[in-house]
Design a protein around this ligand. Structure first.
Ligand code: SF4
Ligand code: SF4
Ligand code: FES
Length: 554
């Protein structure tokens, strides 16, 4: 046994843990959950809630397990009659003042007090005294404070001072009059990470204005995902009801974001719910003399789609697109515009298609913020300047950034190109309606059909990252997987599937039938992704073989 390990027994189970581990953490390692409020692994431990009391053999009193470190030969009982009895007594004190308003509380269904009372509380409280009343307060930013529900764990105060590094909350008054408050009129306004205090409040005392009364916790589906709002790649969950993302919550990954996420990323989700989607594939063949066209299904394309082409099945569209690409292949070459919101698998399929056309250039545009915003108490986490999730993946696959820090410009060469033009995911928001009008073949794949795709031979409806499975590569080269959260509209398919089908029909190779196969093809073709296992990427991710991005613009 290495000397740094300590042997003890918890609820009859022998366990060896690292010296310095608390009993609460050691119990967690053997599957014994100790109730707690004030303890949080990302904060200091004030040991003030007394809910984590356990029985330690030989100790004269119950011990707070969040600050009591393990000792060699220690015998701990988390679930003995004595330990449960102590915690039941503490819980009863919490309920002396806590209102019984679970039916109208946003936290109901994911509240620690509700759970603890349900599993270990008394059936009936004995207090006859009137409850203390604090009422509500607007703490500024996205946070409402329901003072009557507060259990005074001070996690919110400690987060703001220890992690955000901006003391905006404090405890005022003493005893049972103690309450959380802001300093005079200065609330949370202007701080960048305060949404985390809503996450870590163990009860419904801190609520998000954005989420207020939107959905009951038990009606939400949770999908593990990755934040797309900057290149940090924070691990998150998308919470969905009625096929709409209702909120984003951080997911623990100590190597990337710890337990936290920034307010910018947390609130940037409405675009995933945006309607007006391109739902069906459209294709046409333009006459070289007039620029007018007929559709893939033989109709004249008289305004039946955003580009005047006729609606068509996927197989007819892809076959028409393939013919158009083969006819145009080898002329003035291929220029492709990708998006940093595409997954690694999508990008690999695009690169393969460009190669099948004889090679060409892949460019992308991306927005950059003027500054990074570092989380002071957890400095490996920052809202990065690079406001997209996969510019590293693009770089690893040879794509070049063009345009300015607003994600505009840089496409003049593509707009006037008379060879093949392929655009995937870029909304072309700043481009003219005649974008790529002289291209021998112009294929547009996107979630929406912008006016500047009017000249496209084919409009291909593709999913957003929230509707598909895939992976992104963050600024440090960590490849992280995300899962589908939404049902895609109409016939939209993942870009890797559509582009992969086209590429396979042209180069005669295998077509990937699943995201895992698309990732396997990527790791076989790109040395940076060699040896990575798609299944293993969901928990924590894995490092691509790349130099981490450093310096300007990361
Ligand atoms: S508001 Fe929530 S996090 Fe803050 S002290 Fe009260 S219960 Fe704890
Ligand atoms: S730091 Fe970046 S990745 Fe993390 S939540 Fe904020 S925007 Fe998203
Ligand atoms: S969690 Fe141990 S005293 Fe609060």
């Amino acid at each position: 046994m290495p000397p740094s390990l300590v042997n003890l027994t918890i609820d009859g189970r022998k366990v060896a843990v690292r010296k310095g581990t608390t009993i609460l953490e050691a119990a967690r390692q053997v599957g014994s959950h100790v109730p707690h409020y004030c303890y949080h692994p990302g904060l200091s431990s004030p040991a003030m809630c007394r809910l984590c009391l356990v029985e330690v053999e030989g100790a004269s009193k119950p011990m707070p397990s969040c600050v009591t470190t393990v000792q060699e030969g220690q015998v701990v009982r988390v679930n003995s009659e004595e330990a449960v009895g102590h915690r039941e007594g503490v819980l009863e004190f919490y309920l002396v003042n806590h209102p019984l308003d679970c039916p109208i509380c946003d936290m109901s269904g994911e509240c620690d007090l509700q759970d603890y009372v349900h599993y270990g509380g008394r059936e009936r409280g004995r207090s006859q005294e009137p409850k203390r009343v604090f009422g509500r307060d607007d703490f500024g930013g996205d946070v409402l404070f329901y003072g009557d529900r507060c259990v005074m764990c001070t996690r919110c105060v400690r987060f703001m001072s220890e992690v955000e590094g901006d003391e905006r909350l404090t405890v005022v008054e003493r005893g049972d009059r103690a309450v959380i408050d802001t300093f005079f009129e200065e609330g949370l306004e202007g701080t960048n990470w305060h949404g985390n205090i809503v996450d870590i409040c163990p009860v419904g005392a801190l609520l998000s204005k954005d989420f207020l009364h939107k959905a009951r916790a038990w009606d939400l589906e949770h999908s593990p995902s990755v934040c797309t709002s900057c290149s940090q790649g924070c691990n998150v969950e998308l919470h969905v009801r009625d096929n709409l993302v209702q909120r984003i919550k951080p997911r623990e990954n100590l190597a990337v974001n710890g337990w936290w996420m920034c307010d910018h990323g947390r609130h940037n989700y409405e675009w995933m719910n945006r309607g007006g989607r391109l739902q069906e594939p459209y294709a046409r063949v333009r006459s070289s003399s007039t620029g007018n066209g007929s559709s893939a299904n033989g109709s004249s394309g008289n305004g039946s789609s955003p580009n005047g082409a006729g609606r068509s099945s996927w197989s007819a569209t892809l076959s028409r697109v393939r013919d158009a690409l083969i006819a145009a292949r080898g002329g003035a070459g291929t220029l492709a515009v990708a998006s940093p919101f595409l997954s690694n698998e999508d990008l690999a399929a695009l690169v393969r298609l460009v190669d099948a056309l004889g090679g060409g250039r892949v460019v992308y545009r991306s927005r950059r913020a003027p500054d990074e915003n570092v989380l002071k108490g957890f400095p490996q986490l920052a809202r990065r300047r690079d406001l997209a999730p996969n510019t590293t993946g693009l770089g690893l696959m040879g794509a070049k950034r063009v345009g300015d820090d607003d994600g505009a410009g840089g496409l003049d060469r593509v707009a006037g190109h008379d060879g093949v033009v392929i655009v995937v995911g870029d909304a072309l928001h700043d481009q003219m309606d005649d974008f790529a009008a002289s291209a021998s073949a112009f294929i547009y794949a996107g979630s929406h059909a912008p006016p500047s795709a009017r000249s496209a031979h084919a409009l291909l409806p593709v999913t957003t990252f929230a509707e598909q499975e895939g992976s992104f590569t963050n600024l440090d080269g960590r490849v992280q997987r995300f899962s589908p959260a939404l049902i895609p509209p109409g016939s939209a398919r993942p870009p890797w599937f559509v582009l992969g089908a086209l590429a396979a029909s042209m180069d005669g190779g295998e077509m990937a039938r699943s995201t895992a196969e698309a990732f396997a093809a990527l790791s076989a073709s790109s040395p940076a992704f060699a040896g990575l296992d798609f299944e293993a990427l969901l928990e924590g991710g894995a490092m691509a073989k790349t130099e981490p991005a450093r310096g300007e613009g990361r």
